[in-house]
Design a protein around this ligand. Structure first.
Ligand SMILES: Nc1ncnc2c1ncn2[C@@H]1O[C@H](COP(=O)(O)OP(=O)(O)O)[C@@H](O)[C@H]1O
Ligand SMILES: O=P(O)(O)OC[C@H]1O[C@](O)(COP(=O)(O)O)[C@@H](O)[C@@H]1O
Length: 303
């Protein structure tokens, strides 16, 4: 089973405003609400690509019920720990540019954290755990490391899609896969990554430190898969970006769907990139049909 962990889920409130004016009353031309948070997006992409997963994390209040009900409506298994505050609402403002405002999220008590950690006791080496997204302020920053230590004892593969300090923390536990975008990779090395060559150089360093697979997504500029044996670079298909929220999560979901179906790493990488672009080119997360349509446009080269 693939377990996706979203410590800080959200309701993503996506609003389109045609002529946005700061300091004025603006009205939306379109708005929609979706369950969000990186692990939850990965669970939804996996389901669309025909792979089961179980979504874990903390939810609370009316917004938390929205998230749980939405996932149940899509027949996605979930086992969230309930907290007393409301799950956050993240605003995604679409004007001529995209602006995001992500909330802090509710408090998690020590007892709720222990309840959550108990869930890992039932997992085994056939399982994959995905750790994704920000850590709620009330949880220790070492929480991902703690989960990874439990996973290591049980020989569970860990995939991490995290950034900032959380990314630094997970590296020491040598995850199976990480997927930073080029900005996140640059932040880690306190540099500005502008080319595939730069991204390759820094991803290689992470592999030397013990990360098994590094996918670096570079938005419209392509993507890389780096391992200690080989490195692949992929182009991304051409198209109009309608909504890039969840595009990175879709790369992870697409990759994991193929990997768990025993496809080669090269094929899994291609499906990951196609899934990312299919999400970027649609208003919602990618569908299987959209991913299949883009797949022939993606070429992968060894570098
Ligand atoms: N302009 C674009 N054209 C085609 N695909 C894109 C574009 N922007 C994003 N994508 C797709 O979304 C994926 C993730 O985007 P990226 O911005 O790198 O990550 P994140 O969403 O994590 O910040 C890319 O690998 C690509 O597949
Ligand atoms: O946990 P964070 O870092 O605040 O991110 C949460 C946000 O990330 C998302 O999962 C989207 O992530 P990506 O655009 O990076 O794929 C949203 O659904 C959610 O609002």
């Amino acid at each position: 089973m693939i377990y996706t962990v979203t410590l800080n889920p959200s309701v993503d409130y996506i609003v389109r405003v045609e002529q946005f004016e700061l300091g004025s009353l603006n009205r939306t031309s379109e708005d929609s609400k979706f369950p969000g948070g990186k692990g939850i997006n990965v669970s939804r992409v996996l389901k669309r690509l025909g792979v089961e997963s179980n979504a874990l994390g903390f939810i609370g209040g009316f917004t938390g019920s929205f998230v749980a009900d939405f996932l149940s409506g899509e027949n996605i298994q979930h086992n969230f720990i309930k907290v007393s505050g409301d799950t956050r609402i993240n605003v995604k403002l679409k004007t001529d540019v995209e602006t995001e405002i992500n909330g802090v999220g509710p408090s998690v008590s020590e007892e709720q954290l222990n309840q959550f950690l108990q869930l890992f006791q039932h997992m085994n080496q056939d399982d994959i755990v995905l750790l994704a997204g920000s850590i709620p302020g009330t949880l220790p920053t070492s929480i991902y490391q703690k989960i990874m230590t439990i996973c290591k004892e049980k020989e569970i593969k860990v995939v991490a899609d995290v950034s900032g300090d959380a990314l630094k923390e997970v590296l020491s536990e040598k995850p199976f896969l990480i997927k930073p975008n080029h900005h996140e990779l640059g932040e880690l090395f306190e540099t500005n990554i502008q080319s595939v060559e730069d991204a390759h150089k820094y991803a290689k360093q992470l592999v030397k430190q013990g990360v098994k697979h590094v996918i670096v997504s570079m938005a419209g500029e392509g993507a890389l898969l780096v391992t200690d044996e080989f490195s692949y670079v992929a182009n991304v298909p051409k198209g109009k970006v309608l909504n890039s929220v969840g595009a990175g999560d879709s790369v992870v979901g697409g990759f994991l769907s193929a990997f768990s179906d025993n496809k080669s790493l090269e094929e899994a990488f291609k499906i990951g990139v196609a899934s990312g672009s299919a999400t970027a080119f649609s208003l919602e997360l990618c569908t299987k049909k959209e991913v299949e349509e883009l797949l022939p446009q993606i070429e992968v080269f060894k570098i």
